[in-house]
Design a binder for this molecule. Structure first.
Ligand code: SF4
Length: 207
């Protein structure tokens, strides 16, 4: 049974799906208690629940967390900096395209991270300053479920993009899905920027 149908079935049964452990317990009632399915359903529910809140956050306040395993490990020329790998968009892996698409939409924060500890460090530094108000995470289901749990505690709306092929190297992402997620709600900010532009140019005090 696909996750959407399972979610519909559980909701019809009145199951509590508010936490990861509640989802696990509900799935065991219908004999569908695989760990990955639990994570998948929990993440998809969180994606839906946080979509509107995520959409209200301007792109420049959204952090995009990208796993380093998407890189071309053998030939990637990116250097490792304070906030993870610094992509030079060499074209050898999909990360450059994800960043380029995001930049066109107004995103400014991309973090190519080797693991959860750096994600935690970045959030700890940037959330209290208001520099990060929403996040996109690309990762395997279990990491996404863990992130969704933690970020919901600190009220950071997350939109998760699962890897199509997980692992330590040569992972795979659905590029279209990643781009679609980045586009959520960006139209309104584009219109805001466009509507401000003529004012500035038309102001005689602005040279
Ligand atoms: S596109 Fe970026 S992350 Fe990917 S291999 Fe090239 S420099 Fe590395």
């Amino acid at each position: 049974m696909n996750p959407e149908r399972i979610i519909a079935k559980l909701l019809a049964l009145g199951a509590d799906l508010s936490t990861r452990s509640a989802v696990r317990a509900a799935l065991s009632l219908i004999s569908e208690d695989e760990e990955e399915l639990t994570d998948q359903i929990y993440v998809e529910l969180k994606n839906k629940a946080y979509k509107d809140d995520f959409a209200k956050v301007p792109p420049e306040k959204r952090a995009v967390f990208i796993p380093q395993c998407l890189r071309d490990i053998k030939s990637c020329p990116a250097k490792f900096g304070k906030y993870g790998f610094e992509c030079v968009k060499c074209g050898l892996c999909p990360i450059g395209e994800i960043i380029e698409h995001g930049e066109k939409l107004g995103y400014r924060q991309f973090y190519i991270v080797p693991g959860g500890s750096l994600v935690k460090k970045i959030l700890k530094e940037k959330v209290p300053k208001g520099e990060i108000k929403a996040a996109i995470g690309i990762a395997c289901w279990s990491e996404l479920a863990e992130a969704a749990e933690k970020l919901s505690i600190v009220k950071i709306p997350l939109q998760a993009v699962p890897l199509l092929r997980a692992g330590c190297i040569n992972t795979l992402v659905n590029l279209d899905r990643a781009k679609e997620v980045m586009e959520i709600g960006t139209e309104r900010f584009y219109f805001q920027m466009s509507s401000k532009a003529p004012e500035t140019h038309g102001n005689p005090s602005v040279s």
